[in-house]
Structure formats: structure tokens, C-alpha cells
Design a protein. Structure first.
Length: 243
């Protein structure tokens, strides 16, 4: 059984189609990257998988469950970190972590998670007083506090300095080792190449390529260039689809 199964999802907003007939399968224990330009439909797709946006057509399953009809069961196995959130700014880091932990029957070790992202010394700081990077790291903790089997991470390390990025990478690598399924949206090609088993490239709401980072470089016709990177492959594949 696939951990994430997206079946011909289309998402329309009035006259605009944000996602068009997308098919995506992520195996249990896989870390899967999602690449695309701004407006390619990445966040819309993740929000649909999370059950936050009902698709115009198509279906989604998370560990065989429908996120729109099996909401509570999906919430028990799914962790979600989005670009934007609506957190109570007057609460401290510790209070927010305790609040989110209370939603789950078997929460993860709160102190260990907070330490893992470097926020232990800020646990008594109110959310509104955290820097943007610290808020981002806290959002990762809140996504993982329920010990989810599947995690959706949207721009995981945006706004983080290099040291903080590597701290979060180590956390994600630990999740991979534990068999957690991860769908990762990122603009950082080095991050995707390092962390992801496979990658899907979206362009204008449609899938243009799926494969391992190295196979995408081959598909883009760049294998003969030993200096070619995943970013080179991404640019070639999206330019080709737009031609």
C-alpha cells in the first residue's frame, strides 16, 4: 500500500486551474521531493493531500484513508508543516508544543524535538518574539509532535541560516531512518538531492517528470556533463515542458 496516493487530482479556482490531472505515488518510508516554480501548484497539491482543500476532481489516499471522509484517522497518522500558519502569538514555545501534543494519544518526546531544532533555550519565549527562522523550526516541531507516519513539509528550511538548515536536515534524516514517509517541497536543490529518494517536478499544475535525482539529470540529457546538478535538470525539464 502506498503511503500517499494521488489519483488524477485537478484543482480549479474559477477560471484558473492550479493543479491539472496530477498523479503521484509515494511509497511507505520514502522521502519524496516536490519541485516547481512559484505558482506551479505545489502548495495547492500538499493542502489537498492534507485534506485542507477538496479537489475539483480526482481522489487522494493517505495510508489508504480518504482525508476528507476519514479526517480523524488521517490526523492521527499525518503531520503537516505549511508555509503559513495561524498560531496563537501570545503563547510560548513550550505552551504551543504542549497544546499540540495534547491533540495526540502518543505524542513524541517534546523536549527531544525542541532540542533537535535548537529551540530549547527559547522554550519560554512567546511565539511573536521568535525570529522568522525560529518560528519555522517550531512549525517543524509541531508537525512532528504527534509521531506521524506520514509528514508533509512545505518549504521546510525557508528563512533558515546554513547551520539551522543542517540541523533540520539531520532531524529529517533521522525520520527517514525510522521509516517515516516524507513529502518535501523545497526550492533548495541541494536539500532535495541530499534528502530525497525520488523527486516529482511540477510545471503549471502538471507533472513533467518523476524519478531519482540522478535519473532526472539523465532524463534532462545532462548525464554527459559531470558538473550537471539537479537544478540544471529542473531548469531543462521545465523549459522543455513550456516550449
Amino acid at each position: 500500500m502506498a503511503a500517499i496516493d494521488v489519483r488524477d487530482i485537478t484543482q480549479r479556482y474559477r477560471e484558473r486551474t492550479a493543479v491539472a490531472g496530477v498523479r503521484l505515488t509515494v511509497a511507505e518510508g520514502e522521502t519524496h521531493g516536490l519541485l516547481g516554480r512559484n505558482g506551479a501548484g505545489k502548495t495547492t497539491l500538499v493542502e489537498t493531500i492534507a485534506g485542507l482543500r477538496k479537489p475539483s476532481s480526482g481522489a487522494v489516499r493517505v495510508l489508504g484513508l480518504d482525508p476528507f471522509t476519514d479526517r480523524n484517522r488521517v490526523r492521527a497518522v499525518l503531520g503537516v508543516q505549511l508555509q503559513s500558519n495561524d498560531l496563537h502569538t501570545a503563547l510560548t514555545v513550550a505552551e504551543l508544543v504542549d497544546l499540540f501534543a495534547s491533540f495526540h494519544r502518543r505524542p513524541a518526546d517534546r523536549d527531544a524535538l525542541v532540542r533537535a531544532v535548537g529551540l530549547h533555550e527559547h522554550r519560554r519565549v512567546r511565539y511573536e518574539r521568535l525570529s522568522g527562522g525560529q518560528q519555522q523550526r517550531l512549525s517543524v516541531v509541531l508537525a512532528l509532535i504527534g509521531s506521524p507516519r506520514v509528514v508533509l513539509l512545505d518549504e521546510l528550511t525557508t528563512g533558515l541560516d546554513p547551520d539551522a538548515r543542517r540541523t533540520v536536515w539531520r532531524l529529517i534524516e533521522g525520520l527517514r531512518a525510522d521509516g517515516v514517509t516524507i513529502l518535501l517541497i523545497s526550492h533548495h536543490m541541494d536539500e532535495v538531492h541530499r534528502l530525497c529518494d525520488r523527486v516529482t517536478v511540477l510545471d503549471r499544475g502538471s507533472v513533467v517528470a518523476t524519478g531519482t535525482p540522478d535519473s532526472l539529470i539523465t532524463d534532462a540529457g545532462l548525464r554527459g556533463d559531470h558538473r550537471a546538478t539537479l537544478e540544471d535538470a529542473f531548469l531543462t525539464l521545465t523549459e522543455r515542458s513550456s516550449a
